[in-house]
Design a protein around this ligand. Structure first.
Ligand code: MN
Length: 197
C-alpha cells in the first residue's frame, strides 16, 4: 500500500526544453526526472517508521544525519534549485534584495563573481548558496555533497548545483561556464520573494 504521507515530486512549472540553451532538455530529464526522483524515493524509504516521519522536510534536514539527511536535503535542494529558474529569467534583482546585495557585496556584478568563484572553488560535489540571517544580512556559502545552510540557521535564497551531474551533459568539465550561464535563467522575482518573506 502506498504511504499517504510520502513526499511527492512537484511538476516543474516549465517545459523540459524551456531552459535551453542554458540547461538542455536532456539534463532536465536526467537531473530532475531521474536524480531528483531517486532522492525523493530514497527519502520516502528511509523516513518510514523513523522518528522524523511526521516532520516537515526542512525540520528533517535540520535534525537528521547520515543517509536520511543526505536524501532529505538533496530532495529539498533540487526543488529549490529548479524552481528558481524560468525561461523568462535573467536581468537583475530589485528592491530590498538588491539593496542588500549592493550593501553586502559592493554591487550585483561583484556578487555574481563571488558566487561563481565559490561554486568553482568547491572541491568535488556540492552546492553554492546565497542565504540571509535573521537580520537580513547576506552570506555566500559552499555546501559539500548534500550541504544545506538550513543546518546553520540561515534562510536559503538561491543555490547553484555544482555536482557534475548538473552540467556535464551540456558543458562537460566547464563548471565556471555552466554556472555563469545560469544567471540568464534565474527568476529574481522568486529570489526577492524568498528574501522578503
Ligand atoms: Mn543535482
Amino acid at each position: 500500500m502506498e504511504n499517504p504521507a510520502a513526499y511527492t515530486q512537484p511538476e516543474l512549472p516549465y517545459d523540459e526544453n524551456a531552459l535551453e540553451p542554458v540547461i538542455s532538455a536532456e539534463t532536465v530529464r536526467y537531473h530532475y526526472g531521474k536524480h531528483e526522483k531517486a532522492y525523493i524515493d530514497n527519502l520516502n524509504k528511509l523516513i518510514k517508521g523513523s522518528e522524523f516521519e511526521d516532520m516537515d522536510l526542512e525540520e528533517v534536514i535540520r535534525h537528521a544525519s547520515g543517509p536520511l539527511f543526505n536524501n532529505a536535503s538533496q530532495a529539498w535542494n533540487h526543488i529549490f534549485y529548479f524552481f528558481t529558474f524560468s525561461p523568462d529569467g535573467g536581468g537583475e534583482p530589485r528592491d530590498e534584495l538588491r539593496k542588500a546585495i549592493d550593501r553586502d557585496f559592493g554591487g550585483f556584478d561583484q556578487f555574481k563573481k563571488a558566487f561563481v568563484d565559490a561554486g568553482v572553488g568547491l572541491f568535488g560535489s556540492g552546492w553554492v548558496w546565497l542565504s540571509k540571517d535573521n537580520e537580513g544580512r547576506l552570506f555566500i556559502t559552499q555546501g559539500p555533497n548534500a550541504g544545506n545552510p538550513l543546518t546553520a540557521g540561515l534562510t536559503p535564497l538561491l543555490t547553484f548545483d555544482v555536482w557534475e551531474h548538473a552540467y556535464y551533459l551540456d558543458y562537460q568539465n566547464l563548471r565556471q561556464k555552466a554556472l555563469e550561464n545560469l544567471w540568464n535563467i534565474v527568476d529574481w522575482r522568486v529570489v526577492e520573494g524568498r528574501y522578503s518573506k
